[in-house]
Structure formats: structure tokens, C-alpha cells
Write a protein that binds this ligand. Structure first.
Ligand code: NAD
Length: 364
């Protein structure tokens, strides 16, 4: 199993080694061989090679079955032109690897209910998955730009989707729902936008191949409200690039801590069982806490659990990681971002070590 590893910048360099240690632990317990290929992206690559996604790193990513990424960016590179900023590396990888589906599970560990800004009775038991289309829509559509227009300026972006783009993301949503609670909510703005009308029509058409999965449609404004009002009603949410960008951040924050949430970006076929993918925590490089051994490594550790599940089809191994995280939290260990009185505060390395220790207690 070939894995490209890009720690990136800031806390990426601290959290990725913890996730690698967990993967190595899985290798020992379940008798698997992982081949790690390291590379530079983001600011770390700009400093060494003058560009955020050097061709060596891109080649490493393209040859791998899966990519593990920490985070990119930081104040040091903020003055650079947008075309060479660290964040370009992410867009480049998504585009070159054809990663059209972004999956963000939002699950609440019950012992962390107090960390959310919402009332416990609203968020208890939430377990939903946002499936966001990642390579189409308004972020990529043309025409785009700012132009002179009748004596003033005019900014234009275009929301565009083709049938094949909608078909493939709808299939990811239905397939994933089959392994969960078999419920898909497709989110659009079909009351106003023609492109949404097509989205709704195609999703409804694809649903005919998945009669065992329930499908409902929801307008995006209502969905934004329902996520706060009654998030337990959702299983799988499927939506466009723009709506997914906004709703997945909203959904993520239901659980209270950005340091807990993993993500997978999928596309193409892996040489192994599943979809080729890039796995990363949803948070950024957190320059404010970088180098202090306080960052929460759990989002990255849960990201490798997603990798095992989605790219390598190793469900048992993924569950073993999730259980180890659960146990450590149940025992009261917390990094600073999720710490409250009565808990035991630990740093990045210690949190990683504790999870690895619980994992070794599992029998393969
Ligand atoms: P951020 O996610 O890096 O940090 C937001 C806040 O959350 C900070 O207070 C940070 O300390 C905290 N935080 C984040 N991850 C944490 C963790 N694992 N444990 C504990 N606390 C954590 O977002 P930002 O500050 O807006 O951005 C910082 C840099 O990261 C920017 O350069 C931005 O462009 C970049 N960024 C990169 C990605 C990515 O690589 N996928 C995503 C978002 C932002």
C-alpha cells in the first residue's frame, strides 16, 4: 500500500508523524506493509523549490494509492501572489488527481458534547456525512473575472454542472449511504437556479438504481437552518462545491472542535480495492500554536482511518483506530482545544502515544 506523505506547514509537521505512527501500529497489529513516500508541498516547498507543488511531489502523489496531507500555509507566505501561494498546492493536487468527491464525516464523541456551542440535547447522537462535489461548479466555471462594464466594474463567476459530474457525485453519495443509515439528502437551490434544476433531475434519475436508499431534496437555505435546528435528521448530505464548502464548515462546528474532524477527497481508481484519495484534517496549519506540542492530532489520525476504509477497504483496521481514539477520550485525556476542568491535559505527542498504546491492545 503506497502512501504519499506531505506534512506541509505549521502544525502539519507535528500531527502527521502521530498519524504515521498509528498507521505503523496498524501494520504491526494486523500484519500490513505500508510504503511511505515523503514530499514537500505548500510553504515548505516554496522555501526549498520556489513553488508550492513541485513536480517531484506531484509525481509522488500520482503514483501513490493514497495521499496523507497535514496542512499548508502561514503568515510567512501571505504576501505572495495567489498563483504561487501554498494553498495552490491543494487545488493542484485535487485537480491533477481528479479528486471530485469530498467526504466530511461529522460525528460527535459523546464525552465532548460540552465542547460545542450548541445545546447537548440538539447534538447528541449526530452522525452525518457531507459529500461535496469538489472539482466543478462556480469555483471552476467560466466566464469568470472582473471587467470594465458601462463605466464601472463587473465581477462574474459561473455556476456550471454537466450531467456526468452530477452522476458521479450522486453515485458516491448513494454508495456511501448504503454502508450507513441509507438516507441521502440532496441540497440545491432549484427554486431559483436552472443549474440546480438539472442537479435535482439527475440525482433523482440516479436514485432509481438505489431503491434501498431513501432520497429527499432540500433547499440550501433551509438546510443551513436544519443543521442547527435538528442535525440528527441527516445521514448523507450531497451537494455542490459552493454549497458544500459552506455547509460542511457549519456541520463541522456542530461538534465544537476543528481539531477532531477528518476528511477524504476521492476520485479515480486506486490499484487497491477502493477510490484513490487524499486524506487530511479539515483544519489549517494553525500558525498560532505551531511548534508548541499542543495541536490536537486526532483529526489527522481519524483521516488515516478513513484512508484505510475508503482506499484500502480495511474496515476492521479503521474501526480499531476509531475505538482507540474513543478509549483515550473516555479515559479523560484531552489536548488543549478540547480540554475542560476535570480532564487530563496532554500534548500532541502524548495524545498520539496514548492512541497508539490503546491500538496495540487490539488483537488483529
Ligand atoms: P486553522 O484551521 O489553521 O486555525 C483556526 C484555529 O483553530 C486556530 O486558532 C488554531 O490554533 C485552531 N486549530 C486548528 N487546528 C487545530 C488543532 N489540530 N488542534 C488545536 N487547535 C487547532 O485556520 P486559519 O488560522 O484560518 O489558517 C491558518 C493557515 O492555514 C492559513 O495560511 C490558511 O490558508 C491555512 N489553511 C490551510 C488549510 C489546509 O491546508 N487544508 C485549511 C484551512 C486553512
Amino acid at each position: 500500500m503506497k502512501i504519499a506523505v506531505f506534512p506541509g506547514d505549521g502544525i502539519g509537521e507535528e500531527i502527521v508523524p502521530q498519524a504515521i505512527a498509528v498507521l505503523e501500529g496498524i501494520g504491526k497489529v494486523f500484519n500490513h506493509q505500508f510504503d511511505f513516500q515523503y514530499g514537500f508541498i505548500g510553504g515548505a516547498a516554496i522555501d526549498r523549490f520556489g513553488e508550492p507543488l513541485p513536480k517531484e511531489s506531484l509525481a509522488t502523489a500520482l503514483l501513490a494509492d493514497a495521499v496523507l496531507l497535514g496542512a499548508v500555509g502561514g503568515p510567512k507566505w501571505e504576501g505572495l501572489d495567489y498563483s504561487v501561494r501554498p494553498e495552490r498546492a491543494l487545488l493542484g493536487l485535487r485537480e491533477q488527481m481528479g479528486l471530485y468527491a469530498n467526504l466530511r464525516p461529522v460525528m460527535l464523541f459523546p464525552m465532548l458534547a460540552g465542547a460545542s456551542t450548541l445545546k447537548s440535547e440538539v447534538i447528541e447522537g449526530i452522525n452525518l456525512l457531507v459529500v461535496r462535489e469538489l472539482t466543478g461548479g462556480i469555483y471552476f466555471g467560466s466566464p469568470r473575472g472582473v471587467e470594465k462594464y458601462e463605466g464601472h466594474e463587473r465581477g462574474v463567476n459561473t455556476e456550471v454542472y454537466t450531467t456526468p459530474e452530477i452522476v458521479r457525485i450522486a453515485k458516491v453519495a448513494f454508495e456511501t449511504a448504503r454502508k450507513r443509515r441509507k438516507k441521502v439528502t440532496s441540497v440545491d437551490k432549484a427554486n431559483v437556479l436552472e443549474v440546480s434544476e438539472l442537479w435535482r433531475k439527475v440525482v433523482t434519475e440516479i436514485h432509481k438504481d438505489y431503491p434501498d436508499v431513501a432520497l429527499s431534496h432540500m433547499y440550501v437555505d433551509n438546510c443551513a437552518m436544519q443543521l442547527i435546528r435538528n442535525p440528527r435528521q441527516f445521514d448523507v448530505l450531497v451537494t455542490t462545491n459552493l454549497f458544500g464548502d459552506i455547509l460542511s464548515d457549519e456541520a463541522a462546528m456542530l461538534t465544537g472542535s476543528i481539531g477532531m474532524l477528518p476528511s477524504a477527497s476521492l476520485g479515480g481508481e486506486s490499484r487497491k480495492t477502493g477510490l484513490k484519495g487524499m486524506y487530511e484534517p479539515i483544519h489549517g496549519s494553525a500558525p498560532d500554536i505551531a511548534g508548541k506540542d499542543v495541536a490536537n492530532p486526532i483529526a489527522t489520525i481519524l483521516s488515516v482511518a478513513m484512508m484505510l476504509q475508503y482506499t484500502f477497504g480495511l474496515d476492521r483496521e479503521a474501526i480499531a483506530i476509531e475505538s482507540a481514539v474513543f478509549e483515550v477520550l473516555k479515559e479523560g485525556y484531552r489536548t488543549e482545544d478540547i480540554y475542560s476542568l476535570d480532564n487530563k491535559k496532554v500534548g500532541t505527542k502524548e495524545m498520539g502515544r496514548l492512541i497508539l498504546e490503546r491500538l496495540k491492545g487490539h488483537r488483529g
